[in-house]
Design a protein around this ligand. Structure first.
Ligand code: PGA
Length: 266
């Protein structure tokens, strides 16, 4: 089994187009020469995407979108289509992020349609799942996660499963802003438990081989101090990082610690 670890910066609406381009230039300098033992990508806001993709073209840092509309074109005000994103040269699309689900009404059906659309166009979907605090307190975490995973994989061929990434992002662990100190991440053990469950759901739908090929990454209050604790877990294949990914010192420390860990054969 070899699943190259993946570290993704979800820049949300934190950086404007100029700042996002400057950040990408800096990132290409520290991580873009291809010497890393893991994959790195950043997902700027739509308005920053073209500039960031330009800067990252030809480097080993991937560029991704934070969402995509499920229709290829049409009367959809305020949206971005997969054709537009492909034209920019992106490699990844985040779908099903809890903020998009709750703020823009994205449904499990939308997530499934977007996953299949991305796979059909050779883009890597990063499909997010996760339970609320109320779900967890009520003992419903597995029901919620299992339902989301089965929905996003509906109609996806076994041969294509290994090309998608599932991000486990418990809603209760996601920061609400850059300076939010009140939210605490899942423990590495909680993440491991959810990731192993996600892989078991995939194994039930396909087989062990297909399930082993899916990368399952963790997101929610990841920072430079806790990143390697998650990655040390056998079922955690990478990280989806929000607030700590737009601060250069913290993102640099995360990348250094992941390199030390992965490079050491952890
Ligand atoms: P956070 O966000 O790292 O700021 O908690 C993660 C995410 O929402 O992807």
């Amino acid at each position: 089994m070899s699943r190259a670890p993946l570290v993704v910066g979800n820049q949300k609406l934190y950086l404007g187009p100029q700042d996002a381009r400057d950040f990408a230039r800096w990132l290409a300098g520290v991580a873009g020469d291809g010497s890393r033992a893991f994959d790195v990508a950043v997902c700027p806001s739509f308005i920053g995407l073209a500039g960031v993709c330009d800067v990252l073209r030809g480097t080993s840092v991937g560029c991704g979108a934070q969402n995509v509309h499920r229709e290829a074109s049409g009367a959809y005000t305020g949206q971005a289509s997969i054709e537009e994103l492909l034209e920019l040269g992106i490699g990844y699309v985040i779908v099903g992020h809890s903020e998009v689900r709750s703020q823009l009404g994205e449904t499990d059906g939308d997530v499934n349609a977007k996953v299949k659309m991305c796979l059909a166009r050779d883009l890597t979907p990063i499909a997010c799942v996760g339970e609320t605090r109320a779900d967890r307190d009520a003992g419903r975490s597995r029901d919620v996660i299992g339902t989301q995973v089965r929905a996003l994989l509906a109609g996806v061929d076994a041969g294509a499963v290994g090309r998608l990434v599932i991000a486990y992002e418990p809603l209760w662990a996601i920061k609400s802003g850059l300076d939010d100190r009140d939210v605490t991440p899942a423990t590495p053990e909680q993440a491991e438990d959810a990731h192993a469950f996600i892989r078991a759901v995939a194994a039930g739908l396909y087989d062990e081989r297909a399930a082993r090929a899916v990368r399952v990454i963790y997101g929610g209050s990841v920072d430079a101090d806790n990143a390697t604790g998650f990655l040390a877990q056998p079922s955690v294949d990478g990280l989806l990082i929000g607030s700590a990914s737009v601060k250069r010192p913290s993102f640099a420390r995360i990348l250094e610690s992941v390199q030390a860990q992965v490079g050491a054969g952890a």
